[in-house]
Design a protein. Structure first.
Length: 544
């Protein structure tokens, strides 16, 4: 817990835990203000629990919750009264401390002056561009400007840059990405199935950045859409004419109690984590009997078929080893269906039956005790919980947008980047486009979806350069090669509303049935298609 003092009497911090309260008291604080609404995250302590802890340690507690952007005059006045009437140190907190600092700035500027308030916030690294504007302080100039600034060096960011360069060779384009490695995430399932090596799914980032595109190796801290700029963690202010958001998705491991402490050991694994996919295969190849549990959280998640792919490939390996009959296989799904597009379900159900797997719908994983080999699931319909013993558990974590996106002005009420599902242009900021796993469009979050989205964004950006509105449209295409056994795949291809969108005629490959052609595509063809076509702007079968 990091406390940031803005004055001698007042400080802010990110979310505090019940266990932090004694230390807060020891540091001399006498008042605690909670500005975070209950229920924003599964791992968030309840307001009442913090209130009880404060009372037990002699701290006065106020619950003054505010959602992002909900600062009314009444709330600001109430906050000001609490701080001004306190004769002891005051600590206010929210998820990151930003909302509490905004409360303080808006309530203190009339008495302390905007310059003094701004200086205090800047000293603690908390003076955002929007706050600067609210306080009426002079606007910062960008260190550098680009025609197109792309956030994210994953599949979406690189593919969009490559496709745009084909259309606008003279455009000044930059990609903001802190990581120096690029992961082929569709291959993680095959690593966990003993087909690929982990090294097959990772490459250096630098050679993949298209020539002519600048790579800014830094992370985004915040956005200033009102001045067409963003601020990086490294302190750079970068301006743009057009902004493309492709930040990927956050794997929220901490939302499952105990998971982070045991992931990668004690029989607890996940193909969603690069470092754990080899451990999945290690566990599968060594298992001779016992109980194997596979989990799927509430939607949306990236590659919605991945949790059951792990199960199918594991069962196939156990079948080949002659031990499947000695293993109880359970699939716990927080949703109510095996797969969201009904046309593919019959083929999947046949494999469920052939492997003897037990399906448990509406059951969401809440906690894992690796040392005890026990997991707790909650029935999402009744709220009842049950404890399940396991020898092996493959976990798919809940997923959400990255924190710097969630705190921005670009998200909708559900926390996803708010785009038009056809043009992929932002619904409120006309010079902002987005693609990939973090957008609000109701498509499958897969690399195949990004392959179709990138040319649409590139084409619409190219039109915008000429002063035209967006004309290219994304139809919701996504593909999920469901690896039901080693050597056969149910190649699910569909768009918005579950409409089937097969790439090739059914006489070549019927995607509703398991085929060897689908396996050949998944294991042999898709990696070179990804690297040699998609990331290089070659829009074969993907032109808008």
């Amino acid at each position: 817990m990091e406390i940031k003092k803005l004055t001698d009497q007042f400080a802010v911090s990110a979310q505090i835990e019940v266990s932090d309260v004694p230390a807060i008291r020891e540091q001399g604080y006498g008042v605690v203000i909670n500005n975070r609404p209950d229920g924003e995250a599964d791992d968030q302590p309840a307001s009442e629990a913090i209130r009880e802890a404060c009372a037990a340690h002699g701290l006065e507690y106020f619950y003054l919750p505010v959602a992002a952007g909900g600062f009314t005059e009444t709330l600001v006045a109430e906050f000001r009264d609490i701080v001004e009437q306190a004769d002891v140190l005051v600590l206010a907190f929210c998820r990151t401390g930003n909302r509490s600092s905004i409360f303080w700035a808006m309530s203190s500027a009339p008495s302390l002056g905007a310059d003094r308030v701004g200086a205090a916030l800047e000293a603690q690294g908390m003076l955002s561009d929007s706050l600067r504007q609210t306080l009426g302080l002079s606007e910062q100039k960008a260190d550098v400007d680009y025609d197109v600034l792309i956030v994210g060096g994953g599949a979406g960011g690189i593919a969009t840059a490559a496709s745009l360069l084909k259309r606008r060779r003279d455009a000044r384009i930059a990609i903001v990405e802190p990581q120096d490695k690029h992961y082929y995430q569709p291959g993680f399932t095959l690593v966990g199935g003993g087909v690929f090596k982990a090294s097959d799914t990772v490459r250096p980032m630098a050679p993949l950045i298209p020539k002519g595109v600048e790579w800014i190796r830094d992370a985004v801290k915040s956005f200033a859409p009102e001045s067409n700029a963003l601020l990086t963690e490294g302190g750079k202010r970068i301006g743009y004419r057009y902004l493309v958001l492709s930040p990927g998705i956050k794997l929220n491991w901490s939302a499952i109690e105990g998971l982070e402490d045991t992931l990668g050991r004690n029989g607890v694994t996940s193909n969603y984590k690069f470092e754990c996919a080899p451990y999945t295969w290690e566990l599968v190849s060594q298992m001779k009997g016992g109980r194997a549990v596979f989990t799927q959280p509430p939607m949306p998640i990236k590659c919605a078929g991945a949790p059951q792919k792990a199960m199918y490939l594991s069962c196939d390996a156990w079948k080949d080893a002659g031990v499947l009959d000695d293993i109880q296989v359970d699939f716990y799904n927080a949703g109510g269906v095996l797969f969201g597009v009904p046309d593919y379900v019959p083929a999947l159900e046949k494999y469920i039956a052939s492997y003897g797997a037990n399906l448990h719908f509406f059951n969401n994983l809440k906690s894992v005790d690796g040392a005890a080999r026990k997991a707790v699931f909650e029935n999402v319909q009744t709220g009842d919980t049950q404890e399940v013993e396991f020898d092996f558990i493959h976990v798919c974590p809940p997923q959400t947008t990255p924190d710097f996106i969630k705190e921005s002005a670009f998200v909708d009420e559900a926390g996803w980047i708010d785009v038009d599902q056809a043009s992929l242009r932002h619904n409120r900021f006309e010079n902002v486009y987005a693609l990939g796993d973090a957008i609000s469009a109701p498509n499958a979050k897969t690399a195949a979806a990004v392959r179709k989205q990138a040319p649409v964004v590139a084409e619409n950006l190219s039109m915008a350069f000429s002063g035209n509105g967006p004309q290219a449209e994304y139809d919701g295409y996504g593909s999920c090669p469901l690896t039901v056994e080693k050597g056969r795949v149910v190649l699910a291809e569909f768009g918005y509303g579950g409409k089937l969108q097969p790439t090739v005629p059914s006489w070549i490959n019927d995607g509703t049935k398991p085929t060897r052609a689908g396996w050949m595509l998944k294991a042999k063809l898709l990696p070179p298609i990804y690297y040699d076509l998609m990331l290089k702007g070659r829009e074969w079968f993907a032109s808008p």
